[in-house]
Design a protein around this ligand. Structure first.
Ligand SMILES: [Zn+2]
Length: 294
């Protein structure tokens, strides 16, 4: 039987906030079985919390934001991504301010922290969301599907009218190894003109070549270049995995994305959760244990 998972002990991640440029810290804390994933504000009276769930997402095309009446927190997807790949069922993510640290713009900082303390199995069986019929959401040329699959897999296509990106496609069977090697290190990216526009609105004060790939008309501005030739589409897979955590339970399915951003991912997640005739809750017993990929 595949059991629920949390982390062995608390662990902190320090850095700076993307928008404020101020120091930011989160602490990952173990949570009891059947809790799910929560974001908390330890610095606010009463320690308000938001469940990481599609209903609590106010997404934009640039980042996924979780909101409640007490607070909002933006760009949660990089921190959540590793939780999808490593099948973490229960976790508290405690913030001490308005922002999650940006790290190097990838999921690496968060994954390193989680791996440094390790994971522990809990006494309750994991309850997967097992897709039995395809679900589709589309807006114009942006398409997102989830179809039945005996594991977790993401296929992603992006297309940007920029010589350094162009059309990129990737198909990854997601497990701990493939995530750590192929996806976790892929950084977010932006165009210099957009970064300048955000700065003029008081945003992205913490943004730099240390935490994003920045492109100008000539190409990649980062002195070290890219980590992967197709780092851009790999980062989109990272983002999508983070957004899948908002389903509230681990997915068994194949997600296929064509030019789909966080807004489309949130619509897909909401539609999937509502389409209760197209998935069922499933526990995995010993006969699947050989595969080791769930
Ligand atoms: Zn991202």
């Amino acid at each position: 039987m595949y059991l629920q998972r949390t982390i062995r002990q608390r662990v902190a991640v320090d850095g700076i906030g993307l928008h404020t440029g101020e120091p930011a810290r989160i602490v990952f804390r173990p949570a009891p079985p059947d809790t799910g994933i929560y974001v908390l504000r330890g610095d606010l009276p009463g320690t308000p919390s938001i469940r990481v769930h599609a209903e609590n997402v106010s997404a934009t095309s640039l980042a996924t934001t979780l909101s409640s009446s007490a607070f909002s927190v933006s760009t949660v997807e990089h921190c959540l991504s590793a939780l999808a790949a490593y099948r973490i069922d229960n976790l508290y993510i405690e913030l001490d301010g308005p922002e999650i640290p940006i790290g190097d713009g990838s999921a690496k900082t968060f994954l390193d922290a989680l791996l440094s303390v390790g994971f522990v199995e809990q006494e309750e069986p994991r309850r997967y969301l097992y897709v039995t019929e395809p679900v589709f959401y589309g807006e114009g040329e942006k398409h997102a599907y989830v179809v039945p699959y005996s594991g977790l897999r993401v296929t992603c296509v992006i297309e940007f009218a920029h010589g350094a990106i162009g059309k990129q496609r990737i198909d990854v069977d997601i497990n701990e190894t493939s995530f750590a090697r192929e996806i976790a290190g892929a950084r977010t990216f932006g165009f210099l003109k957009d970064v300048e526009a955000m700065r003029s609105r008081g945003l992205a004060r913490g943004g730099s070549l240390d935490n994003a790939i920045v492109l100008d008309d000539q190409g990649v501005m980062n002195p070290g270049g890219l980590r992967f030739a197709d780092e851009f589409v790999r980062h989109k897979v990272l983002d999508a995995l983070g957004d899948l955590v908002t389903l509230g339970r681990p997915l068994l399915g194949h997600v296929v994305l064509h030019k789909a951003g966080h807004d489309v991912m949130n619509k897909l997640a909401r539609k999937l959760l509502q389409s209760t005739d197209r998935w069922r809750e499933m526990q995995l017993g010993g006969e699947y244990a050989w595969a080791g990929k769930y």
